[in-house]
Design a protein around this ligand. Structure first.
Ligand SMILES: NC(=O)c1ccc[n+]([C@@H]2O[C@H](COP(=O)([O-])OP(=O)(O)OC[C@H]3O[C@@H](n4cnc5c(N)ncnc54)[C@H](O)[C@@H]3O)[C@@H](O)[C@H]2O)c1
Length: 313
């Protein structure tokens, strides 16, 4: 059975990464983070006192830096990238360079026996005709972000030792906060701006709490032998919600003005249900509900500053 002790987390200073680093250290793993600190490094501050924590500042496209970060590592969790369709649309070539060529550089530096666990996305399914996506559904990526993730998946697969996770949309509080995630954005606006105008209200989306994303990677490290070489949708069969349903969950807790109007559309055209049967069958089930996530987002709203340049809005 493969066991792992020292883990490299690329993009470890990010929204998912900073939550994951904390969980890995708590579980006793040694953790190296490789990150450019595009959103600063404050989220990593609590970990520098830990002897098992190491930080390498640098770019995943830089071969020498990646090789240095990989010294003594026995598994890589690859999170670094330009995340989400708005950020990739702003700079299609630059984001492709990081999300695709950067992934290739990470894989090229990996010794053959060292696995890579990759954070892909349910956006790869794009606009689906079937409505319920399984890992076998044909991919129909629409945005630059999703197309780059599909290309990156192919690079990861060629390495042979891998687990690919197609995550639902994340939500919840993390040390590096993101406000461009639907539940985070809606809750912030409801609490702080008291107004929410929502388009495509019936579109179905699927969600996972950021701490459960971290837990999913630990689950893969602990169950690698039976998970290797496979792709998994990661989320919960109980966490498919329409946008309207999310608005009402918030409205049960916060009084705000809610208006539905067709004033825009989601470039990824994400309107789907996803089946999580494959990963559920292995014993993985998310632990944080949407209600709990919204409760903590409401509590955190007071300390979240929309003008902070380090938040995606
Ligand atoms: N949050 C979600 O809803 C979600 C869902 C599915 C998949 N994912 C995937 O999870 C991963 C992490 O997402 P996140 O929400 O934490 O995003 P994030 O933007 O908060 O974190 C990305 C991190 O990568 C770093 N980075 C960017 N370019 C880099 C480079 N060239 N070299 C080294 N580091 C670099 C950034 O500094 C940042 O710390 C991404 O791969 C994303 O596609 C996220």
């Amino acid at each position: 059975m493969k066991t792992f002790r020292n883990i490299l987390v690329t993009g470890g200073a990010g929204y998912v990464g900073s939550t994951l680093v904390s969980a890995l250290l708590r579980e006793g793993y040694g953790v190296t983070v490789l990150d450019t600190l595009a959103f600063g490094g404050l989220a990593l501050m609590p970990y520098f006192a830990d002897k098992k924590f190491r930080f390498v500042k640098g770019d995943i496209r830089d071969k020498k830096t990646v090789e240095r970060a990989m010294e003594g590592i026995d598994a890589v969790i690859h999170l670094a990238g330009i995340v989400g369709f708005p950020a990739c649309r702003k700079d299609p070539e630059g984001s492709r360079d990081i999300n695709v060529r950067g992934t290739q550089t990470v894989v090229d530096a990996l010794p053959k026996h060292v696995p890579v666990l990759f954070a892909s996305t349910g956006s790869n399914y794009g606009k689906m005709l079937e409505k319920v996506c399984t890992e076998l559904s044909t991919l129909n990526p629409l945005s630059d972000y999703a197309k780059q993730k599909v290309e990156a998946e192919e690079i990861i697969k060629k390495h042979g030792e891998f687990v690919i996770y197609r995550f639902a949309t994340a939500f919840g509080v993390s040390s590096r906060m993101r406000l461009d995630l639907l539940p985070n954005d809606f809750t912030y606006r409801a609490v702080r701006e008291k107004t929410l105008i929502v388009y495509e209200k019936n579109f179905m989306r699927t969600f996972i709490h950021v701490r459960d994303m971290a837990y999913a990677f630990i689950f893969a490290l602990q169950n690698y032998d039976r998970m290797r070489g496979e792709i998994y949708n990661v989320g919960s069969n109980n966490m498919n919600y329409s946008k309207e349903a999310i608005c009402h969950l918030i409205k049960n807790r916060v009084d705000y003005y809610l208006h539905f109007a067709d004033v825009g559309h989601d470039l990824d055209q994400r309107d789907y249900m996803v089946s999580y049967d494959k990963i559920h069958a292995l014993g993985f089930a998310p632990t944080v509900s949407m209600d709990e996530g919204i409760d903590e987002l409401i509590k955190a709203s007071e300390v979240i500053e929309i003008k902070n340049p380090y938040y995606n809005v």
